[in-house]
Design a protein around this ligand. Structure first.
Ligand code: SAM
Length: 229
């Protein structure tokens, strides 16, 4: 039933957890985890009406309406502290969007800072790791996988008391991922290097050089080249 990507996301959800899946679309993830008795309760949050209705149908079809609440809401407004959520999954969106969902949730007091966060950004992992670091989360696990010619990263974070200090390279490559070099990881960063080389050429050709963007891109390219050797 589940894609390889969502199956991997699900593996990081603790046994018997109360889960909130934000941006749930068809609610495939909470439904699958409930059917395999991995979770005891779930909230499926969706901000768009169409997917919200698909999620409701999927939950009803599987006879899970008592265990999975489907809620129409923006981001973490789907949950309150009274829901005593233990794990939050946010998958299949850009890192910047996931980051803003977490930031808004924090501002609106929807995070107890007890929950495990399981995040699967399609792009923009760096800015997401930065938010985690600044908000007292430790990255406890990461994985990278390929499906339908797309490469996905999954980041698992757990609340901690002290602010973690990750280096710029750890934020970019992932503190855990970079410890386990793999063929997929190399392929991803070869692509990323090519893309940055292209950006540098474009910047050089512009009538006015954007020096700070140029320097930042060049620095990242150097880090990538070091990481690949
Ligand atoms: N999580 C599923 C997955 O990984 O396969 C669905 C991913 S789908 C590409 C992204 C979903 O997030 C869409 O259904 C979209 O409506 C929803 N979404 C986007 N922004 C949201 C927000 N602020 N709050 C709740 N849902 C959101």
């Amino acid at each position: 039933l589940l894609s390889k990507r969502l199956e991997q996301v699900g593996k990081f959800v603790p046994q018997n957890a109360r889960l909130a899946d934000i941006g749930s679309d068809h609610a495939y993830l909470p439904v699958a985890l409930m059917l395999q008795h991995q979770i005891t309760y779930a909230i499926a949050g969706e901000v768009v009406k169409g997917p919200y209705q698909s999620a409701k149908r999927q939950v009803q079809k599987n006879g899970l309406s008592h265990q999975i609440d489907v809620r129409l809401a923006d981001g973490l407004e789907a949950i309150t502290l009274a829901d005593t959520i233990e794990a939050i999954t946010i998958a299949g969106m850009g890192g910047t969007l996931i980051r803003s969902i977490l930031e808004n949730g924090k501002q609106k007091n929807r995070l107890s800072h007890q929950e495990r966060l399981i995040l699967q950004p399609n792009i923009g992992e760096r800015s997401l790791r930065e938010w985690l670091m600044q908000n007292r989360y430790e990255i406890i696990d990461e994985t990278i996988l390929e499906e339908n010619q797309k490469i996905y990263e999954i980041i698992v974070a757990q609340p901690v008391k002290e602010v973690m200090s990750y280096t710029q390279q750890e934020l970019l490559f992932g503190p855990i991922l970079r410890q386990h070099p793999s063929e997929i990881l190399c392929r991803k960063w070869e692509r990323e290097a090519t893309q940055r080389q292209y950006v540098l050429t474009q910047l050089q050709q512009a009538s006015v050089l954007n020096q700070s963007k140029y320097d930042a891109t060049k620095q990242e390219l150097e880090w990538i080249q070091e990481e690949l050797t």
